[in-house]
Ligand binder design. Structure first.
Ligand code: SF4
Length: 94
């Protein structure tokens, strides 16, 4: 992510979370001292809008290093992305 500046964790994008991931992300945010705003739906699922956070990036992204602060326990959408090889994207193998 250092080469691409983690552009998939920045800008007008959202992170969709299951109810279990909402709880986990809240705990991680408290542990790291990160302010996080999660829009929760009645079923407990949630959305993190990057534009709602300082720097307009995921609150778990370390802006100075472009590293994910919770990489080893990141939510499923982050684990499943990218779904295919993308030119210039190191984590996709591109
Ligand atoms: S949790 Fe980590 S990998 Fe997922 S969007 Fe945030 S910074 Fe990126």
């Amino acid at each position: 992510m250092h080469h691409c500046r983690a552009m998939c964790c920045r800008g007008p994008q959202c992170l969709r979370l299951t109810s279990a991931e909402v709880a986990a992300l809240r705990n991680q945010a408290v542990h790291l001292g990160v302010a996080i705003h999660i829009i929760e739906s009645p079923d407990g699922a949630g959305i993190v809008r990057f534009l709602d956070h300082p720097g307009e990036h995921c609150p778990m992204l370390d802006h100075s290093t472009s590293a994910c602060r919770i990489y080893s326990s990141r939510p499923s959408p982050c684990r499943e992305f990218p779904e295919k090889l993308r030119p210039g994207c190191a984590i996709s193998g591109g």
